[in-house]
Design a protein around this ligand. Structure first.
Ligand code: PGA
Length: 268
């Protein structure tokens, strides 16, 4: 059984004041679901310390939005995975499309970062997805397979078993356009199939174990439908994770879609 997971990606948003206000409102709502689903938030680096304290013992995990491929040294502006581990992070986003498109992170670079996250004992959340032009020219499968293959080549398939893959169509991120359930179901199935076919022996188990989550304009209004899809194990939420009611409702939708309603969860 794959435990569903919901991850909030705050991107470059927040302030000491705003983070505190958001956490005060959202944590009581999220805590209701923590037994049913895994939950995490990924604030910008400078706020990790603050958010770690605010999360306290809620059981909601801390994540980061990127990590360097290097462990330490003369790499101005980079943050290493071991530093993130020391700060209490459990998850690290790797290869978000904004990193790939705006900061020129190639699939090779992403794979190296993935390796460093694993080496620090953290769980990488590998983001993959196609642009609109790629979708319109029927390249979706090919693009995603290349993005996955770069990581498989770097760390091996077995090392990915406990990682998470986030399918995020670039054209759906921050645009208000969500992929249709049919589009999402198809890509998630293809990802699992690609993993299953990627290596001999154990790859079938790995493809069944691996969590594949969806991201791209998920909101309260569409979350349940997307999370009800068989191969969708949760969500990576950008804009909506900055709104307590919205994020709380999305968490509820994931808990419900995974077969347990809030009343069956621990409430305290
Ligand atoms: P969005 O972002 O929910 O604002 O579309 C998702 C993401 O970039 O992870």
């Amino acid at each position: 059984m794959r435990k569903p997971i919901l991850i909030g990606n705050w991107k470059m948003n927040g302030s000491l004041h705003a983070n505190q206000a958001l956490m005060v409102r959202v944590l009581p709502r999220l805590r209701m679901f923590r037994k049913t689903i895994d939950l995490a938030v990924c604030p910008p680096f400078p706020y990790l310390f603050q958010v770690r304290d605010l999360l306290g013992y809620t059981g909601i995990a801390l994540g980061a939005q990127n990590a360097s491929s290097f462990v330490s040294g003369a790499y101005t502006g980079e943050v290493s995975a071991t530093m993130l581990q020391e700060m209490g992070c459990r998850y690290v986003l790797v290869g978000h499309s904004e990193r790939r498109a705006l900061f020129a992170e190639s699939s090779l670079e992403v794979a190296a970062r993935y390796r460093s996250v694993l080496a620090a004992g953290l769980t990488p959340v590998l983001c993959v997805g196609e642009t609109l032009a790629e979708r319109e020219s029927n390249q979706t499968g090919l693009v995603i397979e290349r993005q996955l293959q770069a990581v498989i080549d770097e760390v091996g398939l077995a090392a990915m078993a406990n990682g998470i893959i986030a399918y995020e169509p670039v054209w759906a991120i921050g645009t208000g356009k969500t992929a249709t359930p049919k589009q999402v179901a198809r890509v998630h199935q293809e990802i699992r199939l690609f993993i299953a076919n990627s290596a001999p022996e154990a790859s079938d188990d790995i493809s069944q174990q691996l969590r594949v989550i969806y991201g791209g304009s998920v909101k309260a209004a569409n979350a349940f439908e997307l999370f009800s899809l068989a191969d969708v194990d949760g969500g990576l939420i950008g804009g909506a994770s900055l709104h307590a009611d919205e994020f709380g409702t999305i968490a509820g939708a994931l808990a419900e879609a995974s077969g347990l309603v809030a009343s069956e969860c621990e409430i305290n």
